[in-house]
Design a protein around this ligand. Structure first.
Ligand code: NAD
Length: 289
């Protein structure tokens, strides 16, 4: 209790923030959002979806340039602010939440989206690879969620935490032990935090995308070439290849993942927590390949 009180005081000492805080309007329960990795790809699409629904967004990304560009694209300071943050740093995470409080007066929704993909076969995966992957995605999302919970509890409870996990959190794919293990870790964080934070009215859910090739920095950064080699297709055809193996025969794009995040947090699913929604055009339902 003492610890909680300490955080409550610390956060509410930001008088300016306190004054500017407004109750979340209905039906959009999550009005002020902090999205990690929102400078690019899926995170940026999520930020767009939330802003389109009336939310304000803190674009929290390691890449300052991309974060600033995204914030500008989202409508500037009234709608979005850019914060440079490395999710491996506790200090920087606390700083990002402070920025959110100062800019918009609170945080109602936090999306754990930041990530990298070290995609190698087991025998080529070093301890350093494993640690880096886990630092950013398993440990990083844990730290961000812990800070989110502190702020949301200090605000009096309520709020949403969403993890952009992956189909790989459930299913094994070739040559990405480090990446997939962190996604499985994130999936269990969803259940563990849903169990622990339910009493504060904080809901914790996840989305499990698969095959988001176009618009994804992760694919552009070498993973695409590696995946294309694994599946025996040209890299340029990877999106189409992924689409063909889905039940719906459709390519999954960043905005489809963003729609799932909105579905979870837009105000309708008030009694849903601990859930993962697949955004894979049906791949996980009938694993075809
Ligand atoms: P992306 O590379 O376009 O976006 C990732 C963002 O995270 C980048 O802006 C990057 O700067 C940021 N980032 C990286 N390390 C960071 C750190 N330490 N601190 C803060 N920010 C950091 O890739 P994306 O495809 O949009 O991936 C977003 C999320 O979606 C990731 O968690 C990824 O694992 C997940 N995902 C992607 C796919 C897919 O098919 N693309 C599938 C399943 C899950």
């Amino acid at each position: 209790i003492e610890e909680r009180e300490k955080f409550r005081i610390e956060y509410w000492e930001l008088e300016e923030a306190k004054l500017r805080r407004m109750p979340p309007p209905e039906p959009l329960a999550a009005r002020i959002a902090l999205v990690t990795g929102a400078g690019s790809g899926i995170g940026r699409a999520i930020a767009h979806r939330l802003v389109a629904a009336g939310a304000c967004v803190v674009v929290a990304d390691l890449d300052a340039g991309k974060a600033a560009e995204a914030a500008e694209e989202l409508g500037g300071p009234d709608k979005a602010v850019a914060v440079t943050v490395d999710v491996t740093s506790e200090e920087q995470i606390t700083g990002a939440f402070r920025e959110a409080l100062l800019a918009f007066g609170g945080v109602d929704l936090v999306v754990n989206n930041a990530g990298i993909s070290i995609s190698k076969p087991l025998l080529e995966t070093s301890a350093k690879d494993w640690d880096l992957q886990h630092d950013i995605m398993a440990r990083g999302s844990f730290l961000v969620s812990r800070e989110a919970a502190r702020v949301m509890i200090a605000q009096g409870g309520g709020g949403d935490i969403v993890y952009v996990a992956s189909k790989n959190s459930v299913f094994a794919g070739p040559n990405n032990i480090a990446y997939s293990a962190t996604k499985a870790d994130q999936a269990h964080q969803v259940r563990l935090l849903a169990a622990e934070l339910g009493e504060y009215g904080i809901r914790v859910n996840g989305v499990n995308p698969d095959g988001v090739v176009r618009g994804s920095g992760i694919f552009a950064g070498g993973w695409g070439a590696q995946r294309a080699a694994v599946y025996g297709v040209e890299e340029a055809e990877l999106g189409e290849f992924y689409a063909r193996r889905t039940l719906l025969k459709r390519e999954v794009l960043p905005e489809h993942v963003a729609n799932a995040v909105f579905a979870l947090t837009g105000g309708e699913l008030t009694h849903t927590t601990g859930l993962h929604i697949p955004v894979d055009a049906g791949v996980a339902a009938a694993f075809l390949r």
